[in-house]
Write a protein that binds this ligand. Structure first.
Ligand SMILES: C[S@@+](CC[C@H](N)C(=O)[O-])C[C@H]1O[C@@H](n2cnc3c(N)ncnc32)[C@H](O)[C@@H]1O
Length: 271
């Protein structure tokens, strides 16, 4: 079977773009190679069609290829950590803007997952140290691989712990993209490959976010930056008011949906 025929056959069961991506991954070549070698015989076509079968069963392409594009870079990913979503780039930009008001900010990330937030912050902010936690060892291992890939491992301390438990340090900025989907929400098939602990945030979905707000309240003069569900602005505004936090700004994603907030806890230490 030629490359051209393999792509036609695969493209009849999964989207053509995915079939092409998987063949490029399988052959360890780029898209241009596939175009220039349409008539080349595909060796071990069974191996390629096994990948197609996995994709047909809704396994995310990112897990199959162990690679995900985020913030114009390719991060390592595999089952065990959430696949980064593009809207999290907005959260990173918010943190970068806020961090510019601090001299050598100490940043904590709760729920580091694949490490995209902490790694990007370390790449974008030169004088920063980040403490990154997660309750999943699998996720922490993936985050460590990415930190080494981007050579920022010296500026990120990874800790296997819930929230910031056992870390006796004050942080200027706490950032988190926690699980925020309600436990009983109807979700798409391909989410079943991602860890439940990365997706589901409790009965109403905002329980972990509220816990993180409580933790931030113990860090005087800190800014909390979080991603959240599109329908959580109201309950979180109410909760923050109950906690005496009045300086909060909600932001939207590129579809115009409420997607996150930044909140100032007490007075900020300015430069
Ligand atoms: C939505 S994922 C976000 C991953 C990554 N930061 C990103 O933006 O792609 C949430 C992460 O929080 C972790 N997590 C869940 N509950 C946690 C807790 N109580 N303390 C620390 N991490 C937690 C999960 O294991 C998962 O890796």
């Amino acid at each position: 079977m030629t490359i051209k025929v393999a792509l036609q056959e695969a493209g009849s069961v999964i989207p053509a773009k995915e079939a092409q991506l998987l063949l490029a991954y399988f052959l360890q070549k780029d898209k241009l190679y596939l175009i220039m070698h349409e008539e080349t015989i595909l060796k071990n076509e069974d191996g390629y069609f096994q990948l197609i079968e996995r994709a047909r069963n809704d396994e995310p392409i990112e897990y199959i290829t162990k690679s995900v594009s985020f913030y114009s870079r390719y991060f390592f990913i595999q089952q065990g950590a959430l696949i980064p979503r593009p809207e999290t780039e907005i959260l990173i930009d918010k943190v970068v803007n806020i961090a510019e008001n601090f001299d050598k900010p100490h940043i904590a990330e709760i729920g580091v997952g694949s490490g995209i937030i902490s790694c990007m912050l370390a790449l974008l902010l030169k004088e920063v140290h980040i403490t990154a936690t997660d309750i999943s060892e699998d996720a922490l291992n993936i985050a460590r691989i990415n930190a080494e890939k981007f050579q920022v491992q010296d500026r990120i301390t990874f800790v296997h712990t819930p929230y910031l438990k056992g870390i006796n340090q004050r942080f200027d900025i706490i950032v988190s993209n926690p699980p925020y989907i309600a436990n009983d929400a109807a979700v798409e098939n391909n989410l079943s490959y991602e860890p439940d602990i990365a997706l589901f945030g409790g009965e109403s979905g905002d329980e972990i976010l509220k816990e993180i707000i409580d933790i931030a309240c113990c860090h005087d003069n800190c800014v909390l930056c979080c991603e959240m569900g599109y329908d959580q602005k109201e309950p979180l505004t109410r909760y923050m008011r109950e906690k005496g936090i009045y300086e909060s700004h909600f932001y939207q994603d590129w579809s115009g949906l409420d997607r996150g907030f930044t909140a100032t806890i007490g007075e900020q230490h300015q430069k």
